[in-house]
Design a protein around this ligand. Structure first.
Ligand SMILES: *[C@@H]1O[C@H](CO)[C@@H](O)[C@H](O)[C@H]1NC(C)=O
Ligand SMILES: *[C@@H]1O[C@H](CO)[C@@H](O)[C@H](O)[C@H]1NC(C)=O
Length: 199
């Protein structure tokens, strides 16, 4: 009888995780958690240093579509499709330093688990670094990464002179589970195993 009950419990657990299709890496594998969040998110909040009155020199946070690779093939590098007509991109032309944040609150995961977005149980990451235009083969990868996950980008107005850019990471900050923020170097982040990461 007890064996049967356990069997049913395990079956239900299996169904739950299959339906949410998200399996966050263990808390102690911080770099893997960061790569996981970066791959799950389709957009990010990016803070620049404003170049616009009346907030020149102040932080300015804005929403950007991004992708680190097609589903299941995350590179860890957040790519964006930008135009110099955009207010935050104008900030980047003055100061390319920026910060990008992403959260599993942007997926169904935290809601399904009952985790508030500000709770450290709802894993979120902050990237420090700068935004750089990419060319050549990297731009081709950026195009594949972005257009596979944001199909309408193909039709964005060509007179806006869109270009591909990457977020060049200098530090990764991870808020996942209790105990305060954890940091990950770019090397640790890019070397993290992402074998179990599925979109
Ligand atoms: C990419 O090309 C643009 C314009 O041709 C140039 O301004 C930029 O510096 C190049 N970026 C890299 C990383 O080569
Ligand atoms: C890009 O990031 C690396 C660290 O990953 C850093 O050493 C390098 O200076 C950055 N490049 C620019 C142009 O900011």
């Amino acid at each position: 009888m007890q064996v049967l009950v356990w069997g049913v419990c395990l079956l239900l657990l299996g169904l739950t995780s299959a339906s949410s299709r998200i399996r966050v890496p263990p808390h102690d594998q911080v770099a893997r958690v960061a790569r996981f969040v970066a791959h799950q998110c389709d957009w990010a909040s990016m803070a620049t240093i404003s170049s616009h009155k009346p907030v020149v020199g102040q932080p300015f946070s804005n929403v950007f579509s991004m992708s680190d690779g097609p589903p299941g093939s995350g590179s860890g590098v957040p790519y964006m499709y930008l135009t110099r007509m955009e207010i935050s991109v104008q900030d980047l032309e003055v100061n390319q330093q920026a910060s990008l944040s992403m959260s599993l609150a942007q997926t169904d995961y935290c809601r399904q688990q009952g985790f508030d977005p500000q709770s450290p149980l709802c894993a979120h990451i902050i990237l420090s670094g700068s935004v750089l235009e990419v060319n050549g083969t990297e731009a081709q990868f950026a195009k594949k990464a972005l257009f596979s996950r944001h199909p309408e980008m193909v039709d964005w107005p060509s007179d806006h002179n869109w270009f591909f850019a990457k977020f060049n990471i200098t530090q990764v900050w991870v808020l996942d589970y209790f105990g305060g923020v954890k940091t990950v170097s770019p090397d640790e982040y890019f070397q993290a195993s992402v074998n179990d990461v599925h979109k």
